[in-house]
Design a protein around this ligand. Sequence first.
Ligand code: HEM
Length: 451
Amino acid sequence: MLPPGPGLLAFIQAVRTRGFLDAVEQAWRTHGDVFRVGLGARTLTFAMHPDAVQQVNVTGRKRYDKRASYDGVRDFLIGEGIAASTGDLWLRQRRLMAPFFTHSGIRVYADLMLRDTQRLAERWEDLADAGEEVEIAAEMTRVTASIILKAMFSTEAMASIHRMKDAVEIMTAFVSQRMTGLRVPLWVPTATNRRYIAARDYAHGTIAALIEERRASDPAGWPDDLLSRLMNARDEETGEAMSEALLRDESITVFFAGHETTARTMTFAWYALAAHPEAAARLHAELDRELGDGPVTVDALRRLPYTLQVVKEVLRLHPPIPFYVRDAVADDEIGGFTIPSGSAVMLSPYCTHRHPEIWADPEAFDPDRWSPEREAQRHRFAYHPFAAGPRTCLGNNFSLLESHLMLAVLARRFAPRLREGFTPRWEMQGVLSLGEGLPMVIARRAPRSFH
Ligand code: HEM
């Protein structure tokens, strides 16, 4: 039996009038945990229960892959990079790259995370003096882009960091636009196409030049960054190094996957803390008690569990990637409903994280949900901000370390305030977004003497 679902026109109408997030939530409430939306020749089945998350990502994963649904990302953004590749290529790359992202693999980047956050803290001191309003998302993206570019290429040149960030943002927006709107062939010289081509050529050219520069120098002197690690990686069986195209694709993948997501996590954290003073007070108390006048270090993070609970709760209530899709490559059944081969299944951290069977008072921001006891009692797949199973996010440790450090460094000194009377408008724009941004005033916490 096929799943129930809203008619296409009704669904499109709901998306137009109330936005994608609301339209999906309403269809979920009306039709239950498994529902389908026919999109012309293709069918999209939404599956919200943690059991479905487990089935698609783990137990039944052989029946799913990243096929047609990822064509846009493949063709216009990351080529054969690990987030879109499939089969043997994906497996080989995952094995090669996984060691770079383990807890010990990412520790080498903690210093640069701290350095860049410290620089932001200095900027915020000035902003706090000026009492000016800032767009907090831009503040966060600037830092996370700088961190990931330094981790990848050891580049300190801020101008090239900004240009690279802008180029990849243009490419990402182009892909999102093509997924939802008109698909004008690339050879047609529209303004959008030209902008995309210029951005792509800049990103590809910059990375090619970095690779060439490194190849021309003695490997013994290469910096310990992700590019060197990718260039030094050898296939276990053939001993082959990655081609230049693959090095480029993996670099763009890591940059694309690895900065906007963490920037959003941090942005949403500032919103949550400003809107929930009791959680902010607990966070501040932990930071003051555990850090005193001492520095934030990776080792100190172990003494800051509540800080991490805040990050986890932000990722529950406001997951930066609220939906991800898999293409069925064989017939399957989810929750008693047929999933035909060739159709797509949409999983949703946004909805699973609000599932009323799992989460008490799901809309409430409550970091205490992440006490070890409560976490241990929960369905293992009720929480999947980083997806789950073998294709789980490669950078989850990197991202959690970065957010934990940034929050500790910044929240011990600052308590950004929302613009008076501002209500955020949550939207789906490829990733979870705030339609009208998040204007905040950088305010210092009292007392001022903490560093
Ligand atoms: C809060 C931050 C982040 C979130 C919420 C997040 C979420 C996700 C999700 C949901 C996926 C699966 C996407 C899909 O299947 O279509 C994914 C994949 C991936 N992420 Fe992240 N991510 C974050 C940060 C990062 C960072 C910092 C990096 C790199 C440094 C990274 C690298 C990747 C890669 C390479 C994949 C593809 C893995 C594969 O297919 O084998 N992510 N991420």
